[in-house]
Design a binder for this molecule. Structure first.
Ligand code: 2HA
Ligand code: ZN
Length: 278
């Protein structure tokens, strides 16, 4: 496409949508200060309507082997970016990168103005993309944030992914409908490292949602709305748990009711996440 006929990147839906969603997440209290990060795989043809893909602004070492995504283009949040500011200043707070042919570098095509770097959680993002793509060819989004009640719940609930998922299913009728595949759970680990990236990606082979105990959550999906909707639903269930865990429970959705709901919708739910019948 000729440069002169290119559209403004500031009008690209993949830029404006991240700004809008990040602002909503900030206002929901999921992303205080510089917390949270987003990455989305972009279609090369779509990006070429906005950018000359032959022009690389600079190259950034990524510190791990991303060869499986060589040549792929992603839009990512910047390291240290404040979610509340993405919509107003996208070129400073977002970057569009292409993974180099040898998988060792990010070729910066746009953004990260002022010398910024991609999110500190790039290992977890790239490795999770690779895992999710092996489970679902059309997965595009990896999203990380710190929703208050999910975080609180990891301090007071047993850190067992079957029990954690089952509790969330019990808290809202919608839960099992939205995440019948359950939630993966990792113990507290040092964030920003290749190790937590590898552990997250391992869970992402099986789960679209992965909780990092006493830190936050990762969500994935084909669209930003889908990934965000998963997290939002889990957070709502965690909120109900935190509002009721210390009170006498008079009523509950029974396992039979949850199973009959899942079966009436033909859901492929994790049957092994229900406690064994005595
Ligand atoms: O981007 O949330 O996990 C800041 C974080 C690190
Ligand atoms: Zn975090």
């Amino acid at each position: 496409m000729k440069i002169s006929s290119m559209k403004s990147i500031f009008t690209a839906p993949f830029v404006t949508e991240i700004g809008k969603t990040a602002g909503n997440m900030y206002r929901l209290g999921y992303d205080e200060r510089n917390s949270g990060n987003i990455s989305i795989l972009l279609d090369e043809n779509m990006v070429s309507e906005y950018l000359d893909l032959r022009f690389v602004k600079r190259e950034i070492e990524i510190g791990f082997d991303a060869k499986e995504l060589a040549g792929k283009i992603l839009i990512v949040t910047a390291s240290g970016s404040y979610f509340k500011n993405i919509q107003s200043t996208p070129a400073e707070n977002l970057g569009i990168i292409r993974i180099s042919a040898d998988g060792s570098k990010a070729e910066l095509l746009w953004g990260l103005n002022g010398g910024g770097k991609p999110t500190s959680e790039l290992p977890a993002h790239i490795m999770s993309h690779i895992s999710r793509l092996s489970a679902d060819h059309d997965n595009k989004v990896i999203l990380h944030c710190h929703p208050t009640n999910l975080l609180a719940m990891t301090f007071v609930h047993e850190l067992d992914e079957k029990k954690f998922t089952h509790t969330l299913w019990q808290m809202c009728t919608e839960s099992i409908m939205i995440f019948p595949d359950g939630i993966g759970l990792l113990p507290w680990m040092v964030c920003g490292t290749n190790e937590i990236g590898e552990a997250t990606a391992e869970k992402m082979r099986e789960f679209r949602l992965v909780v990092w105990a006493m830190h936050g959550i990762y969500g994935s999906g084909r669209t930003l709305d889908e990934a965000f909707g998963l997290i939002e639903t889990a957070e709502k269930a965690a909120q109900v748990y935190m509002l009721t865990a210390h009170l006498p429970r008079l009523n509950t959705i029974t396992d039979e009711q949850l199973k009959s709901l899942a079966e009436s919708l033909n859901l492929n739910y994790r049957k092994d996440f229900f406690p064994k019948q005595k």
